[in-house]
Design a protein around this ligand. Structure first.
Ligand code: COA
Length: 453
């Protein structure tokens, strides 16, 4: 959806800017929790991620960052020649290992804080400064004894001090949290980034939880970008079916590298987080692409389906205009001003996707002549050929029938064949209702199409 600004600089820039404006408006003041792995910090692209974080913060998004430190901990353990046991994928953290964990996590934490604090000279966000804050926001408890093994200082989140985090966010700070937690008895626990990020997002009632995932190198990274492996969008119910491998397919749908994050993401949504996103960290600007484009580049999980076919409301006028104005300019649709659209908004049905209007259609009844007109049928160019036009038509047909009317007509200059393929037949202007005949524009010479329902 974001235009390639280089191909046609002026028009593409304007349409790109307009396309991101609704997101900027929608995200201001909202809490986003972003979890990223320790691998990401060692990547040369990490500084670009910091720019993106800076940009989001300057747009008024309230950011809580949770970092991992797995590779750094492993390196420190190797240096100390310490071997740790693993139970069900969890590392046993004995007192010696805990020392390595504290050192590694501390170092990583300070490195990120330093990067977030730098003035970003020669960057798109030069002179923008963000204040980073940390604290003992995470209370943890031990994982306990699993399969007869005491996991010692390996813990899980018990409570997040949401109030303290909110108060920092309100002051405009970016909150940076480590995968370490403290118990009321003064012990330190080694936690997973995913666990902390999920619990933080739930406790903060965040708008979004975003995981920048590190898979097993670029091959696996491309897996998550492949909609055949993991769909672009999932409801909680669909995600659960995928995790249980209950979808009708022979191949395993969820790669092991993604499974834990998908489980956490699904849990977060179930517990009230509006949307969770899984994105590959290997794509430069991944977070911006996911957040500011219709398509996104990762996988988004939400409680309910994001697509709705519904009656238009007055707040939709802007979105409908954005959709139909380019078609009006091309002469494909008859021009309607904002004022007329506002007056006739009740006649419109819209197809909405995650707050964006992707399609619209209007129904004008002519009761005396037992006919209805389908007008202003439009689908956003990026979303054509997915059956949306057909869905809108079916909806309009049902509305027509529910009014006791069985004749539907449409006037079109560019979509005659589409209508014919959907059961309409070509007619003459003389077959239109009288009022409509008087309004027929002989210069425009639209084709008249009629369907008997
Ligand atoms: C006409 C329109 C609403 C169809 O929307 P859509 O969501 O792409 O439609 P569907 O997905 O249900 O149907 C897609 C099929 O219709 C075909 N199709 C799309 N637009 C067509 C057109 N103008 N003429 C002929 N066929 C067309 C596609 O090739 C596709 O065919 P396929 O299934 O064989 O691949 C959309 O193209 C549009 O917004 N056009 C501009 C506005 C317009 O002309 N409106 C009608 C006047 S009110």
């Amino acid at each position: 959806m974001t235009a390639d600004i280089q191909t046609n600089p002026t028009t593409d820039f304007v349409s790109w800017f307009r396309s991101v404006a609704p997101y900027i408006h929608a995200f201001r003041g909202k809490v986003f929790v972003i979890g990223f792995s320790g691998e990401m910090i060692t990547d040369a692209k990490f500084v670009n991620f910091i720019h993106d974080i800076n940009l989001l913060a300057s747009l008024g998004v309230r950011l809580v960052l949770i970092h991992g430190a797995r590779p750094q901990i492993q390196l420190r353990l190797d240096e100390s020649q310490l071997e740790t046991q693993t139970v069900m994928g969890m590392r046993v953290t004995d007192p010696a290992a805990l020392q390595c964990v504290k050192e590694s996590v501390g170092r990583v934490h300070h490195e990120i804080a330093a990067l977030l604090s730098m003035g970003l000279p020669n960057s798109p966000m030069a002179n923008a400064s963000i204040r980073v804050t940390s604290g003992n926001f995470v209370t943890a408890c031990p994982q306990g004894v699993i399969q007869g093994v005491d996991l010692m200082h390996t813990g899980k989140v018990r409570k997040i001090n949401a109030q303290a985090i909110h108060s920092r966010l309100e002051q405009g700070d970016v909150v940076l949290i480590s995968p370490l937690g403290y118990s009321p008895t003064g012990e330190i626990f080694n936690l997973t980034m995913e666990n902390v990020a999920t619990e933080a997002a739930i406790a903060l009632n965040a708008e979004k939880l975003i995981f920048l995932l590190d898979m097993l190198g670029d091959t696996a990274a491309s897996e998550i970008d492949n909609p055949a492996t993991l769909p672009r969008e999932l409801t909680v119910a669909e995600s659960k079916l995928l995790l249980e491998n209950k979808t009708p397919t022979t191949k395993p749908l969820v790669p092991d590298a993604i499974r834990p994050s998908l489980q956490y993401a699904t849990k977060a949504c179930e517990m009230g987080v509006a949307r969770t996103h899984l994105i590959s960290r290997h794509n430069d600007g991944a977070i911006l692409q996911e957040l500011f484009t219709h398509h996104g580049i990762g996988t988004m999980i939400s409680r309910e389906t994001l697509q709705a076919l519904r009656k238009a409301r007055i707040e939709d006028v802007g979105g409908i205009l954005q959709l139909i104005e380019p078609l009006e300019a091309e002469g494909i649709l008859v021009r309607r001003g904002r004022e007329l659209l506002e007056i006739e908004i009740d006649r419109f049905t819209v197809l909405e996707h995650d707050g964006i209007i992707l399609g619209c259609a209007a129904l004008y009844p002519f009761p005396e002549e037992h006919a209805c007109e389908l007008a202003c049928l439009a689908i956003h160019p990026d979303y054509r050929d997915f059956g949306h036009g057909n869905r809108l038509l079916k909806h309009i047909e049902n509305q027509t029938i529910s009014q006791g009317i069985h004749t539907l007509f449409a006037l079109t200059t560019h979509a005659t064949h589409w209508f014919i393929e959907h059961g309409f037949t070509e007619a003459t202007p003389a077959e239109l209702p009288k009022v409509k005949q008087n309004l027929y524009n002989y210069q425009r010479r639209s084709k008249v199409l009629i369907k008997h329902l």
